[in-house]
Design a protein around this ligand. Structure first.
Ligand SMILES: [Mg+2]
Length: 97
């Protein structure tokens, strides 16, 4: 969490940052959906699609860091990630004979 992210929470408020996170997630969904269409139709410029996805991932990561701070769940998220990655590892090790 950077000082500028803390300032953003202070200036715009928690509710606004939650709303902004939802908007950024929707933009990432749209960018990924466009990429899926590209894979089928090849109608767009792939470099632009990749650039859009990169931008939207950056936006969402910046906002998600703020949400974790606002809700004070940084440690919980780390615990959840470790658990889920462990579970995924176990599942993949079991299913790859
Ligand atoms: Mg965005």
């Amino acid at each position: 969490m950077t000082d500028i992210q803390l300032k953003a929470i202070k200036v715009w408020g928690k509710e606004s940052q939650i709303k902004k996170t939802i908007e950024e997630l929707a933009e990432l969904i749209a960018a990924l959906s466009k990429y899926q269409l590209y894979e089928v139709e090849k109608r767009h410029d792939k470099r632009i699609l990749i650039k859009d996805i990169s931008n939207e991932i950056a936006d969402t990561e910046i906002m998600i860091e703020q949400i974790k701070h606002i809700l004070k769940i940084e440690n919980n998220v780390e615990i959840c990630k470790k658990y889920k990655l462990k579970r995924l590892t176990e599942f993949l090790n079991k299913s790859s004979h």
